[in-house]
Design a protein. Structure first.
Lengths: 553, 334
């Protein structure tokens, strides 16, 4: 019992919700009811509780079709405050409404067969009927547990590795549709973990973090140059004198940041109040306040004479000076993102030489070495085994995530498909067939609504995984992709009635615009034809929305 | 004065067409030689059957083993001797007046006995049922149940800070600040999360418990109301049935005795005995209600204590986690 409650890891319990305890509580509750209820009552309750699921499983697609045609689904979507353009909340609400209706109808029917009081007293249930009640109670408990698990999954972290919970998850099915949707949601969550683990290990994450910082540094550098060439000549002599007092090596940024009671930039703004250049100065001041941390980082790197594209030197510098730099960030979002990036740099600097056998020349060399290992299945499996053996005792959260990912990979090594990226492979390894062969998600409207929402809305939590899944399942048909390849494949999906035209347009829009889109991976892997984006800009195809053209222009 | 002569009897049997009446038998001309005073008195009947026959036909419960077909099979006392009622009222050896008197006396006795038993049962049971009316008034008030659900949702919210919901909340600056503050609070005091999860489990127990508690109390109330209604209804029905049957029996025999006709079919016991709703059933249901109330009354204090303990733990955990969180957020804001 102690092991069950505390997970056998000493007295550090309850890091995540132990759903096994909830299952036990529910089971005890239902057993109590089963012992308390008479057979007929338990039977009626079980039928009214479970039969609507079966009815919905067979008839819900037709109901959704009718609701769409009659506009009822649209009304629900309008009423729901959180659904916006998404169909999943409306479809799920419709399923709940139909379920409740069926439940009420069945309860009313069973009211007609209720035992009169004298029969209840005079006819005692025998012990066999109590056993039958217990059997029904287990069924009811299972369904309740599945429903609750679905409700909990987006509001609290659940430990899915607990024995009972993992069994419940393994038995996810389409009859109790929410269990399958829950499995879909969990896959999206797991994918993020596997992707993060693989990105951290392969150096892609630090590369991404570094390029984001570099973008800001380049922006500040360009501001410095612009100030020198465009703003400085238009300033009054008073301001120029002030700048001259503090300017070193043409570093205007450092000069403007310099503070004596007030920053130099603020003092210049006061001097230039009536000067037409004041608009630019105010914009500069606004930028400075928003990205103060990057302005300071720029100055520090300039003082240390570090080139912005020198990956290892920059991340070492940032990592060593995190306390001084982080304090300069005024915007909380920027500050948190910067700290996260530096956390990733710390991890990389601490472990990267453990991950590969030879010292890399630069980050590209490191990434290529890792990707080479990943490209060969046997090498990857050996690497995974060695990694787990070497780092099993580690407490680092990222190492733990990598270990978790590798363990999952090793568990399902036989179903690895080399044509799709490793992180997606790992995510679908446990039930590859139902996703890449039988397409079970298409069989039930609720699941379909969830997936369509996920692939067409880049803010959706499942976007990262499912728009990739959709691409690799239905669109990835050529080694080098052209716009027409993708459009033809999308047209096929319309013909097969997988997506509607509007959904295809939304998918395409998110694919091009979203920063998390797969298109960037393809670009990095050189799988897109050279003038891919030009083709999109010039294309008049109905799948290319104005939003995309606006974005590309 | 007893006449010693050979008498001819007509044989009646149940109507073969299935109607509930007696018709002349096809073997109607069969003559049976009956010797007076030896029909039952000389026979040795089992004590069990004799006990039933000494009883009250209005209280008779159908018993397959005892071969009782009519009210006339019951025993009456005449001159300190037990005789079958049928033997007395059909025997011309007794003067009509005597036969009438014996029948009236037996009938009056049975009537009194039945009324006494009935009244006693009704009075006692209704008094008991009235006394137990107050049982089962403990309950979870609606507001408390609502508060339990709100606490449950609130606890899930405060401890699930790494959830999808919080990821959405933290997209705004205030949400991000809250998430960061709570995260650092849980990092510096990991035991707080343990308290939070423990409170969630206890709240879950409390929810299941309150649902069961609610069902038990609601069922009891419904059961009490129904059994009360049933008892009221059955009292009326028993009274009505008895009145009808009593009149029918009395009139039937009075009419036939008046005619001084010994050759009339005996009235079936089914026309006399109690129906499905009878005093015994009434008693059983009443007793079952009392037993149920007694069981509930016995468990009521335990139910109350468990409720109080669970509520105390939940409210304690909830206030502690939220109090600590609010203080932490205020400190972080300062």
């Amino acid at each position: 019992m102690v092991k069950l409650l505390f997970g056998g890891k000493g007295l550090t319990p309850f890091k995540q919700l132990n759903y096994d305890i909830i299952v036990i509580i529910i089971l005890i509750g239902f057993i109590t009811y089963a012992l308390y209820f008479r057979f007929k009552r338990q039977l009626f309750f079980t039928i009214s509780f479970l039969l609507p699921f079966v009815i919905l499983y067979f008839s819900f697609n037709l109901i959704v079709k009718a609701a769409k045609q009659s506009g009822f689904l649209g009304i629900i979507a309008k009423i729901l405050p959180f659904s916006s353009n998404q169909m999943f909340p409306a479809t799920l609400t419709l399923a709940i409404i139909i379920y409740l209706l069926l439940y009420i109808i069945l309860r009313l029917i069973f009211l007609l067969f209720r035992e009169p009081i004298d029969k209840q007293i005079l006819n005692k249930n025998n012990i066999y009927l109590k056993f039958a009640n217990l059997g029904m109670c287990i069924l009811n408990s299972y369904v309740t547990v599945v429903l609750l698990l679905f409700m909990f999954c987006s509001v609290i972290k659940i430990d899915y590795n607990r024995p009972i919970t993992s069994v419940v998850m393994k038995t996810s099915n389409q009859v109790i549709t929410v269990s399958f949707v829950h499995d879909m949601m969990l896959k999206a969550e797991n994918y993020n973990l596997y992707k993060e683990a693989m990105d951290q290990l392969s150096g892609r994450q630090v590369q991404k973090d570094f390029s984001e910082i570099k973008i800001y540094l380049d922006e500040v550098d360009s501001i410095n140059n612009d100030f020198n060439s465009c703003v400085y000549p238009l300033l009054s002599n008073e301001s120029k004198d002030l700048i001259a007092d503090y300017l070193i090596d043409d570093n205007y940024i450092a000069c403007l940041l310099h503070e004596e009671e007030e920053s130099i930039l603020n003092r210049i703004i006061v001097f230039e109040e009536s000067n037409p250049i004041i608009t630019e100065l105010n914009a500069l001041n606004h930028h400075m306040n928003e990205h103060l941390g990057y302005w300071h980082l720029f100055c520090s790197l300039r003082i240390e004479d570090i080139a912005f594209d020198d990956f290892f030197t920059v991340i070492r510098f940032v990592s060593d000076n995190i306390d001084n730099l982080a304090i300069k960030f005024t915007d909380p979002t920027n500050k948190i993102n910067f700290k996260k990036s530096v956390g990733n740099f710390d991890f990389f600097l601490e472990y990267y030489y453990d991950f590969i056998s030879e010292e890399p020349e630069d980050i590209d060399d490191y990434t290529q070495t890792i990707m080479q290992i990943f490209s060969d299945k046997n090498n990857l499996l050996t690497y995974a085994e060695n990694f787990i053996a070497r780092n099993n005792q580690s407490n680092h959260p990222i190492i733990n995530k990598i270990i978790k990912t590798f363990k999952h990979l090793l568990k399902y090594e036989l179903t690895i498909n080399n044509k799709i990226p490793l992180d997606i492979n790992i995510t679908y390894a446990s039930n590859y067939k139902i996703w890449f062969k039988t397409d079970n998600w298409r069989k039930h409207s609720v699941c379909k609504a969830y997936l369509l929402d996920a692939i067409t809305d880049s803010d959706h939590t499942g976007y990262n995984l499912y728009h990739r899944y959709f691409f690799y399942r239905y669109l990835d048909n050529q080694a080098t992709l052209t716009l027409s390849n993708i459009i033809n494949a999308l047209e096929m999906t319309i013909n097969q009635k997988i997506l509607s035209e509007a959904e295809v347009t939304d998918y395409m829009t998110a694919l091009i615009i979203s920063p998390d889109s797969l298109i960037h991976d393809l670009e990095r892997e050189n799988r897109l034809i050279e003038n891919f984006y030009n083709d999109i800009s010039t294309s008049n195809h109905r799948f290319i929305s104005d939003k995309v053209k606006q974005y590309l222009s | 004065m007893v006449k010693s002569e050979k008498q001819k009897f007509t044989i009646y049997e149940m109507d073969p067409s299935g109607k509930n009446r007696y018709v002349r038998s096809p073997d109607n001309n069969t003559a049976i030689d009956v010797k007076p005073f030896n029909a039952v008195a000389s026979q040795k009947m089992p004590e069990e059957t004799a006990q039933v026959l000494r009883g009250n036909p209005f209280l008779y419960k159908d018993n397959r083993n005892s071969e009782i077909y009519s009210i006339e099979d019951f025993l009456v006392v005449y001159k300190r001797k037990e005789i079958l009622l049928g033997e007395v009222i059909r025997n011309n050896n007794y003067p009509l007046k005597t036969r009438k008197r014996i029948f009236k006396k037996a009938f009056k006795l049975w009537y009194k006995d039945y009324t006494k038993k009935k009244n006693q049962t009704f009075r006692e049971n209704f008094r008991t049922i009235e006394v137990i009316k107050g049982i089962g008034n403990v309950k979870f008030p609606v507001l408390m149940e609502l508060a339990i659900w709100i606490m449950f949702i609130a606890m899930i919210f405060i401890i699930g800070i790494d959830s999808q919901l919080w990821n959405n909340i933290s997209s705004g600056n205030f949400g991000l600040f809250l998430q960061t503050a709570l995260n650092s609070m849980y990092n510096s005091s990991p035991w707080l999360k343990t308290i939070g999860y423990a409170t969630v489990y206890i709240l879950m127990v409390l929810i299941v418990y309150s649902l069961f508690f609610h069902t038990v109390i609601k069922d009891y109330k419904r059961y009490y109301q129904k059994s009360r209604c049933y008892l009221d209804d059955s009292e009326n029905q028993i009274n009505r049935d008895f009145k009808k049957k009593r009149k029918k029996v009395y009139k039937y025999y009075k009419r036939n005795l008046k005619k001084n006709n010994p050759y009339f079919p005996p009235l079936s016991i089914k026309e006399v005995q109690e129906g499905e709703v009878n005093i015994a059933t009434f008693n059983t249901i009443s007793k079952a209600t009392v037993n149920k109330s007694y069981r509930l009354m016995k468990f009521e204090p335990i139910l109350k204590y468990i409720k109080k303990i669970l509520l105390f733990l939940c409210i304690g955990g909830f206030l502690f986690v939220y109090g600590y969180s609010i203080i932490s957020v205020i400190i972080a804001a300062i």
